[in-house]
Ligand binder design. Sequence first.
Ligand SMILES: [Fe+2]
Ligand SMILES: [Fe+2]
Length: 298
Amino acid sequence: MFRLIHISDLHLGPLPAARIRDLASKRILGYVNWRRNRSRAFGDDVEAALIAAIAAERPDHVVVTGDLVNIALAGEYATASAFLGLLGSGDVVSAIPGNHDAYVPGAARRARKAWATYMTADTGEPTGWPYVRRRGDIAIVGASSAVASGPFMATGTFSEEQEERLAIALDKLGRAGLCRVVLIHHPPVKGATAWHKRLSGASRFRKVIARYGAELILHGHTHQPTRLSLAGPKGNVPVIGVSAATQRPDGEHPAAGFNLFDIEKIDAGFQIWHRLMQVTPGGAFAETRSEEIVSPGP
Ligand SMILES: [Fe+2]
Ligand SMILES: [Fe+2]
């Protein structure tokens, strides 16, 4: 059995003191927004409880589907690196960036450099998306939808180049009989987000899944613990989101949570036991939902 934990949207604080020069561009809006809302809604106490709850489950691997930071200031990358370090080394933790990690032009490149150890392919390739990492019967395929967008926008992009690379990877990994777990920050399902938060190029992503399939698609961005699906060649592929990982339990958004998957290879594919764990008003994480997913396999 392989135990995989999925977290997302940490929006780690506090923000380092920003110089007025750093706040030019879209960052000024993000800074005001963080001061007004996010610093209240996201908590250090939840962060500590989250790390303890994850450690208690003794996962084989942890995946982080983006939005580690808020407005992509240099000091925020270091905070996020320290957080990732608490989860484990790059052998047992994989990450992809979200739109907040790519908040302004050039930020996405800096995020990949800062968190390279969690985003590097098994082949050692430091560039290009998606990357592929194999752990036992599991293949982690990390795509990136993170691009800088205009003021009041939180869109993502799935490029033609990634479409091609994802198709090649899923075909190859499927033939090898692996449980293919695809990571992407923005949900690739039609209508899953408001227009200003959508994934452009999502139809490219859906086309690849329809043709080659996947066993699990994990995303963040919505801050909602949702279960959607995309059509695959052998039936529906589960598309699973999660609440923001450090969201306080008393806010307007769903309380902080993580997805826990126990994955077992069976004769005709994979049996996946999915549990959603969320923080309670008392501060501890507890199971709030569970389901069995039987995947027909590649
Ligand atoms: Fe987010
Ligand atoms: Fe996001």
